[in-house]
Design a protein around this ligand. Sequence first.
Ligand code: NDP
Ligand code: MG
Length: 392
Amino acid sequence: MMRIALLGATGSIGASTLDVVARHPQMFRASVLSAHRNVDALVALCRTFRPDLAVISDPALEGELVRKLRAANLDARVLAGPAGLVEAAAGDHADCVVAAIVGAAGLESTLAAARAGKRLLLANKESVVMAGNLLKAALDEGGGALLPVDSEHNAVFQCLPGGRPDLTEAGVRRIVLTASGGPFRGLRREQLAKVTPDMACAHPNWTMGRKISVDSATLMNKGLEVIEAHFLFGAAATEIDVVVHRQSIVHSLVEYRDGSVLAQLGNPDMRTAIAYALAWPARIDAGVSALDLIATARLDFEAADRDTFRCLDLAYQALAAGGLAPAVLNAANEEAVAAFLDGRLPFLSIEAVIEECLDHMPDASISDLASLLDSDLTARRDARRIIAGLAS
Ligand code: NDP
Ligand code: MG
């Protein structure tokens, strides 16, 4: 029986993970569940899954969570705040940690799980983008396995021999990440000037949280994924390509020196990637319907429109610059996306905020977590100042 700590249980990845877990009660048990502020949703999940531990990362809501759990006759222990998340990730409550918190808020618990040698199912791509090298060091220290949940990286993992080999030894020429193109594929910049948060969150193929939905609409999601692929698979920026594939059936591809191209296909449903990562190296039922090739009929591929969606190039630039740049890119993006979702920033200004933050980035390197968090805070302060300036 594998005990699972699901950090970000109340989100979209959280729901897909619990769906797979519930299909295999003999194999998996959700022993830890976390939410940030959504106490009622967390209590409802506790009623169904009976975890040993419930974590609420906003410490102000600890009392309310305890009261509501006890009122529902549930005896789960409660932890709160960022320290509670770290304890839940590293402690003896679980064998496997699913990192499904959105944004930089997931960084410390992801690192703690890696350092503790847990089997780490990584959905929280922001933590790799911010701290790829720190995460690699934590994984080396802990000795546990990292299984990518992001569908593209899960696909690449499936197409590589033995998961994450040395790419040169394995004969890999390049990794090709597929992108759906998001809800605004084919639009021109003047059409993008007036798009709303709800339009940006209406993804054609995937139902996801609002932050990653906006990232998909700007193509920053693909940019973050290029950086993620660099750290997870050791590929140089020049060995990672992006191709737009609007059906989201081919989840990514690996091209080999001999001309072979291996791809992973399936219906766009995160439960496939999650089930694969949970059971690896075995394969289990994920509740996903079989891919109907005849009904799918065609698979289209086109180049990404990098002139209209400039965030992808900004991410490549940040990866090439190295050092602090990916963390600054991520911080500025999180602040800009939050402002866009709040109605404080137009869609096209998201890229402008990120570009300006990268231009004014201090010349520093990341030596440890404390200096990284410090740089993250500085970048966020800069981004907020730029956003306020654009608004006035
Ligand atoms: P959601 O917004 O649906 O869920 C986010 C989860 O994180 C919720 O449980 C939320 O709790 C919690 N959370 C939010 N803010 C904080 C915080 N400050 N501290 C601690 N916990 C917090 O996001 P998704 O499930 O869509 O995405 C999660 C991660 O997975 C992201 O990094 C995303 O990029 C990645 N991912 C998602 C995919 C998808 O299909 N959704 C696909 C590939 C990757 P509460 O409900 O209480 O707010
Ligand atoms: Mg993805």
